[in-house]
Design a protein around this ligand. Structure first.
Ligand SMILES: NC(=O)c1ccc[n+]([C@@H]2O[C@H](COP(=O)([O-])OP(=O)(O)OC[C@H]3O[C@@H](n4cnc5c(N)ncnc54)[C@H](O)[C@@H]3O)[C@@H](O)[C@H]2O)c1
Length: 409
């Protein structure tokens, strides 16, 4: 039986897919509200294909509980934030989860850590706990790191198809865990050591952060000297070995703006490029705000109540608002005691911002400048509502039209 600890954005779909593929699964989370929702058959967030997967998992008998199960196979998917000051990983959730597992687990258990961790975290913070436990009990416990790569918005498909990295102390344990993951993915499964697995996950997200930063820097150059960054990127990408990403209003979510900081925190003298890239990405919400004020001046708009931010999530067609550029803009405004701009997001049903609207028409009412922060399909399908408005499209989402005045990043 498999016990999955932490049923958030990663843990829940993981638990569901294992159960749907016929593995006996119990999902554990210490959040009682979350567990009672899941027990009632209610999903805790929206994601393409998740409801269907939930049905399949329920039919196969998945269980949810706040208790840790006595078994011999665990997957941990708890948060791994970083300390905003030191930039180092905060392993507190992980340590707490491991300690709780050790109170109940069987001899010869495998503890698989899926949470993203900085290289060396398992050796530094988890292995000592396990070693002490082994000394005291004479039991055997195996540690494995199996980082997760799935992208919100396409999680179910990626869970079933992405290749996986399994970091283990021995090939035998790695192979056993690889066999477990073969139940859910058709992707290649690579077995390596734990520290390499830790590093590859952080490196993957750092690669993305640096490439996004490059696109963002190009957007700033193009803006300064009146060039079209999208046209420049489109043409440059025709080169067979060039693939520049798109600029944007900032980087949100739990991974790309967070994980690269682990490297900066642990190797400050060796990471000037990574630090610069992260700083560039973090400067984008302020850059958007500056452009908004420029557009307002240009269009003689001197009333902030006539400006609305469309989109509160950190990416398109999901309901996850963590670290989102729109929330960063609102935070910036708050710092300067400015009245928060109107916001609206078709995916966000809970109040996450002060001046948030839940009806698109009400949001648009009185708004002359709409700032598109998120590329939701909804806005592409709502172009007729934008007639007569000034649009600042920070995501290159909508086409030029005589119906509205369009500014881009
Ligand atoms: N969200 C993503 O897109 C993504 C992608 C790849 C990897 N990751 C990594 O996966 C990990 C989990 O991220 P997430 O987005 O699912 O986080 P999350 O905050 O959505 O979910 C974590 C869950 O763990 C529960 N929890 C915390 N400590 C616990 C404990 N000791 N016992 C039981 N439950 C506990 C919380 O209540 C919460 O429900 C992180 O390390 C993250 O970096 C996330």
């Amino acid at each position: 039986m498999l016990n999955i600890i932490g049923l958030g954005y990663i843990g829940l779909p993981t638990a569901l897919i294992f159960a749907a593929r016929g593995i006996e699964v119990v999902g554990t989370d210490y959040n009682e509200t979350l567990i009672s929702k899941l027990k009632k058959g209610e999903l805790t967030f929206e994601e393409k294909g998740l409801a269907e997967l939930f049905n399949e998992a329920q039919q196969k008998g998945i269980e949810f509980t706040t208790d840790y199960l006595k078994t011999n196979m665990y997957i941990i998917t708890v948060p791994t934030p970083y300390d905003k000051v030191t930039k180092k990983i905060d392993p507190a959730y992980l340590i707490a989860a491991v300690n709780s597992i050790l109170e109940v687990c069987e001899n010869d258990s495998i503890i698989i850590i899926e949470s993203t961790v900085s290289p060396g975290t398992i050796d530094k913070f988890i292995r000592p706990i396990i070693s002490e436990f082994i000394n005291q009990t004479n039991q055997t416990i195996h540690l494995v790191h199996a980082p997760e790569r799935i992208i919100p918005g396409d999680m179910v498909h990626e869970l079933a198809n992405n290749s996986r990295t399994i970091g283990a102390d021995s090939y035998e344990v790695g192979e056993k865990v690889a066999q477990l993951y073969q139940n859910i993915t058709s992707g290649e499964i690579v077995i390596t050591d734990i520290k390499t697995a830790e590093m590859t996950k952080v490196v993957e997200n750092t690669y993305r952060a640096i490439n996004i930063a490059f696109a963002n820097e190009l957007a700033k150059i193009a803006d300064y000297d009146d060039m079209d960054v999208y046209e420049i990127i489109r043409i440059s990408n025709m080169h067979p070995r060039v693939n520049i990403l798109s600029p944007g209003p900032g980087v949100g979510g739990h991974c790309i703006p967070v994980d690269p900081w682990f490297l900066v925190g642990d190797y400050p003298l060796l990471t000037p490029l990574i630090k610069e890239a992260l700083d560039i990405n973090e400067s984008m919400p302020a850059f958007v705000l500056k452009k908004v004020s420029q557009i307002m001046k240009e269009k003689n708009l001197n009333d902030f109540t006539k400006v609305g931010l469309y989109g509160l999530t950190y990416k398109a067609n999901v309901d996850d608002v963590r670290e989102s550029p729109t929330l960063q803009i609102l935070e910036l405004q708050e710092k300067f005691l400015a009245h928060p701009l109107k916001t609206y997001d078709p995916w966000v049903k809970e109040q996450v911002a002060v001046n948030q609207y839940f009806d698109f028409a009400e949001f648009l009412n009185g708004v002359e400048l709409v700032v598109i922060m998120v590329k939701h399909d909804h806005i592409k399908e709502s172009l007729e509502h934008l007639k007569g408005k000034i649009i600042f499209d920070t995501q290159n989402t909508i086409p030029a039209s005589d119906d509205y005045i369009l500014y881009k990043l």
